[in-house]
Design a protein. Structure first.
Lengths: 313, 315
């Protein structure tokens, strides 16, 4: 069956176009951003946001939502800025415990069929509380190796861009192109069919939540590598940013319809939108509002493109 | 025996039992001191949670994916605009109320416009619009805190022999909403849409109109609560809605409403709202640090929900 290229790729085309548009707008407002240093400054916060967005995407794939992600990233950042530097073994154990907790949350959601929104809402209190216990006041110090990695001067383009590309590729091939990835996405699309075909839904949910915990951890570590100190509230806005990133990237809340490449692009777009608004010298009162307006604009465009996709079939 | 089993099967019972247990645990620690005062305070604060949660509950009942994240921004906007227009004058109390409700209704219309016309998923639509409304509130109020009219402040903090009058008003509203939910075409259509939107549409129910009305109603409840909270706490603050985002969703779910939609429960809202407030009070009374307090709050919320939903699936 032949499907026109444009229609086939509509899901990824719009996120890409939004990214290019906002990048051009930033360069137009601030031509000096078109350099190695400029790109680095613009995009370095995109990496932790992209990790968080991918983490959220794993949860959304199985039709759940993680409202604890921001608090969890903050917890990882606090562990990274304290235990990981002073007592690396304890730090590693705490991070591993975090990932195991994510797997357990996945199991709980499946076994007791409790809504993920509520369980993760409760978990957001738990992570925030743990983060405050680990690091009561903002401060601490990131391990040297982490800071060295995050400020690594790679050839041609900044490290962030290589890392973003690598992240998109790894998750794309793991989830979109592999046999196991297809089954895991199927859990979001038609769980009963997957179960009847002999796969364990419990295992699938636990695997997806484990990955969410893993990428959430990477988000927290990369964030603390950039900021060099931790704070329990450092990443609370990541919860909503990550959801918005997945949706901007062409993902949908149900049915396992997601796009890892799109999610990374969505995270980049959201990061750049922040810089764009500050370059605009907008009245600070309207900064948040403009972010909402950009989100609405992109999603409105998606309606138009989705119609093209439907017509193309 | 069957009556007892039926009562135990009520999904909202868990919330009430939890609330009573937590209250007993609190007054056991203080040797019975201040037990009544805690209940009075809990009723006052629970009223605000119940009001926003009532709107949220109707929205959630519409089915998966339906949730209103713009409640905090709506509360802030309605509170800021109405306080500024009333400017502390008793004569303006009713016009101020109308303006607050109008703000809420406007937010609801805008939200549903995004959802219906632009096909944006409700979570993202209400999230994006909340950014716009929060900006509008910041820009409009310029960070000034205007005192509410004295009569409004007195009314919202009026306590009659240990029971806040506001809580009584809230209970009357709950009763009215309960009739609307179970006895009117509108309420039953909301439930029908939540159970199967396609079947509801094929049965000829006015699905779009009812969804529209539900989002507008949720906005109106948020506007009303913003107005009352401003009166209660001596003026509108820009962050005054923040805690009600999580509270509105948690109260709905702990109260026994199905997050998958199609099943709503009003009496449970009061139990859940009391439970959440008493929980925080208890942890404060025990003198825990902020970290442990937050952690225990989360663990207890998850435990309550797990127990409550476990009974439903096994029964």
């Amino acid at each position: 069956m032949h499907v026109p290229f444009l229609a086939r790729n509509a899901r990824i085309l719009l996120p890409l176009l939004s990214l290019v548009a906002i990048l051009l707008a930033v360069f137009w407002l601030q031509p000096r951003a078109m350099s190695y240093v400029g790109l680095n400054l613009l995009l370095n916060l995109a990496l932790p946001i992209a990790f968080a967005t991918i983490a959220q995407m794993f949860v959304i794939t199985v039709n759940d939502l993680d409202l604890a992600l921001g608090a969890y990233v903050g917890f990882v950042a606090c562990v990274g800025a304290t235990w990981l530097t002073e007592q690396p073994l304890l730090g590693i154990a705490a991070l591993a415990g975090g990932i195991l907790t994510y797997a357990a949350v996945g199991a709980l959601i499946h076994l007791r069929s409790v809504p993920s929104i509520v369980v993760t809402l409760g978990m957001s209190f738990v992570w925030l509380g743990l983060a405050i216990l680990v690091l009561p006041t903002p401060g601490g110090k990131a391990p040297d190796w982490l800071r060295a990695l995050m400020t690594w001067k790679t050839p041609f383009v900044p490290f962030t861009i290589y890392a973003l590309l690598g992240l998109a590729m790894v998750v794309h091939f793991g989830l979109m192109r592999s046999a196991h990835g297809t089954v895991l996405r199927g859990v979001g699309g038609n769980p009963r069919a997957v179960e009847r075909a002999g796969w364990s839904l419990l295992k699938a949910k636990m695997i997806m939540f484990t990955f969410a915990g893993l990428f959430g951890m990477l988000s927290g570590l990369s964030l603390v590598g950039l900021t060099t100190s931790g704070d329990a509230n450092i990443a609370l806005r990541y919860t909503l940013l990550s959801i918005a990133g997945v949706i901007l990237g062409g993902g949908e809340f149900t049915g396992g319809r997601i796009s890892p490449v799109g999610a990374v692009i969505g995270a980049m777009t959201l990061t750049l939108a922040g810089s764009f608004l500050s370059f605009l010298r907008l009245n600070p009162d309207w900064q948040i509002g403009a972010q909402g307006a950009i989100l609405i604009l992109v999603l409105a465009l998606r309606v138009v493109l989705n119609r093209a996709e439907v017509r193309g079939r | 025996m069957t009556a007892l089993r039926e009562m135990l099967g009520k999904p909202w019972l868990g919330a009430y039992i939890g609330a009573i247990a937590i209250w007993l645990a609190t007054i056991a620690f203080t040797d019975g001191l201040g037990g009544g005062g805690v209940l009075t305070a809990a009723l006052s604060f629970a009223t605000f949670s119940v009001l926003v949660a009532t709107g949220q509950m109707f929205v959630i009942t519409l089915g998966p994916g339906n949730v209103d994240l713009s409640i905090p921004a709506t509360m802030t906007l309605a509170g800021a605009v109405s306080m500024k227009i009333m400017d502390g004058s008793n004569a303006m109390i009713l016009p101020g109320l109308a303006i607050a409700l109008g703000c809420g209704a406007g937010v609801g219309v805008f939200n549903y416009g995004l959802i219906r016309l632009l096909r944006i998923p409700p979570i993202i639509a209400t999230l994006s619009s909340s950014f716009l409304f929060l900006s509008a509130a910041i820009s409009y109020s310029r960070g000034l805190r205007i005192k509410p009219p004295p009569v409004l402040a007195d009314f919202t903090t009026w306590i009659l022999s240990g029971i806040p009058v506001l809580a009584l008003v809230g209970m009357v509203i709950t009763l009215v909403m309960s009739v609307i939910l179970h006895r009117t075409l509108f309420g039953r259509t909301v439930i029908a849409i939540g159970q199967n939107a396609r079947a509801a549409r094929l049965a000829g129910l006015p699905v779009d109109q009812v969804r529209f009305a539900t989002y507008v109603m949720c906005g109106i409840f948020a506007g009303l609560t913003g107005y009352l909270v401003s009166g209660f706490s001596g003026g509108a603050a820009l962050n005054m809605g923040a805690e009600y985002l999580l509270a509105s969703i948690a109260v709905v779910v702990i109260g026994g409403t199905s997050v998958a939609g199609g099943f709503a429960n009003l009496p449970g809202l009061w139990g859940a709202a009391m439970l959440l407030f008493l929980l925080v009070t208890m942890l404060n009374t025990y003198g825990f640090g902020a970290g442990i307090r937050l952690m225990l709050t989360g663990v207890i919320i998850i435990a309550v929900i797990t127990i409550a939903s476990g009974r439903k699936t096994s029964g």
